[in-house]
Write a protein that binds this ligand. Structure first.
Ligand code: KG4
Ligand code: ZN
Length: 356
């Protein structure tokens, strides 16, 4: 048996600067995430130029902190893993450049990780041997809504993806439209249980053909139409003026019909996701289901997936590993370390990198 392998993971694909040390792909020795929420919140979304600048500011202390917390020196590491894409190119570049310079200075191998594969490994890291293959992975975040078949040894086949907005993006856009803060997912998740999920009926356009693709832009437009038909100007304004308000304060500023709208929106998103999940499980004969990405922290989705009588068990990451972090990047790098699958210094940021 080889001695333990510690990998430093670095993640800067969007608006979190993250560093983590993971041992043998399973034990998180440290996981540090510096969120840029305070910077982007007031704009209602991520501003790419500001994101790169914040990553530049945070990357050195975040990585130092991750090493210190895990009591690890660079020379104790087996490799350094970094997110190669997909993501914002200026943000990815900060992590990649820093990872390269650390590898250059310490003579460590560099491992390139696809961010989506990282989200899958957030579950592999925790559920490990319980997972049976082939598995179905639903990755739902602010940037992606993808269904993959995951085979033994971590090879992937794309089964379906969103044709327009990602599920998290739909949450963020609906929240912004209604005067709630950013990101919208956690806010709507907390308010939805106070509304009637059947209060507003959304009829979604059927996509042509036998497809496992998703579409959320129609739902977003349906919400917009509902808002235009009901005069919500005053309540939206009052919420806009109360950015950073607690859930209780937001509840007080949100009349019942709007709570019903939020509950119905969330119900429809979950139904759309789980309908295609159920079909995919049968299609590939999946023996486990992995749900990961920011939207996987949604309490409604977790409850619905657990009670959906799917034909295989479902695994979610703990909430801290659902949203962007570097532990999942270090964990995804472990099989690549074993396989000697290293990157070199020509590694470049790939904004649209596909997993399969
Ligand atoms: O994975 P992530 O941190 O970053 C990306 O790779 O995009 O996901 C962030 C997204 C945001 O759109 C956010 O609104 C959504 O995940 N999100 C949620 C919840 N928590 C975060 N969506 C629904 N319910 C939640 N509880
Ligand atoms: Zn992500």
């Amino acid at each position: 048996m080889e001695s333990s392998a510690k990998i430093l993971g670095i993640e800067t694909s969007c608006d979190e600067t993250a560093g983590a040390v993971v041992e043998n792909g399973t034990a998180i020795l440290s996981s540090v995430v510096a969120s840029q929420l305070a910077t982007h919140g007031k704009y209602g979304g991520v501003v790419p130029e500001l994101a790169s600048r914040e990553h530049l500011r945070a990357i050195v202390p975040v990585v130092r902190h991750a090493l210190e917390q895990s009591r690890t020196h660079l020379q104790d590491l087996a490799a350094i893993a970094v997110t190669e894409g997909p993501g914002l190119v200026g943000s990815l570049l900060v992590g990649i450049t820093y990872a390269k310079s650390l590898c250059f200075a310490s003579n460590l191998p560099l491992i390139a990780i696809n961010h989506i594969e990282g989200h899958i490994h957030a579950v592999v890291l925790e559920a490990g041997p319980k997972l049976e293959y082939p598995a179905l992975a639903l990755i739902a975040s602010g940037g992606h809504t993808h269904l993959f078949e995951v085979r033994e040894g971590f090879s992937y086949r794309l089964l379906g993806k969103t044709r327009d907005d990602a599920a998290g993006e739909a949450y963020d856009k609906v929240a912004k439209l209604l005067g709630f803060g950013y990101p919208g997912g956690p806010i709507i998740d907390q308010l939805a249980p106070h509304g009637d999920p059947h209060g507003v009926r959304f009829t979604l356009a059927h996509m042509k053909g036998n497809t496992l693709d998703f579409s959320f832009s129609g739902l977003k437009t349906a919400v917009l139409r509902w808002v235009q038909q009901h005069d919500l100007t005053a309540e939206i304004e009052s919420r806009r003026r109360s950015q950073g308000a607690s859930v209780e304060e937001l509840l007080a500023l949100t009349p019942q019909p709007t709570l019903d709208l939020l509950a119905s929106f969330q119900h429809t998103v979950i139904e759309e996701l789980l309908r295609r999940v159920a079909i995919s499980i049968e299609e590939i004969g999946a023996r486990s289901l992995i749900i990961s990405g920011g939207v996987a922290s949604n309490a409604g989705l977790r409850a619905a997936a657990r009670s959906a009588r799917l034909s295989c068990p479902v695994y979610f990451p703990t909430p801290a590993l659902s949203t962007d972090n570097a532990a999942m990047i270090a964990a995804a790098a472990f099989p690549k370390l074993r396989a000697g699958n290293f990157a070199d210094f020509s590694l470049r940021a790939q904004a649209n990198l596909a997993l399969a």
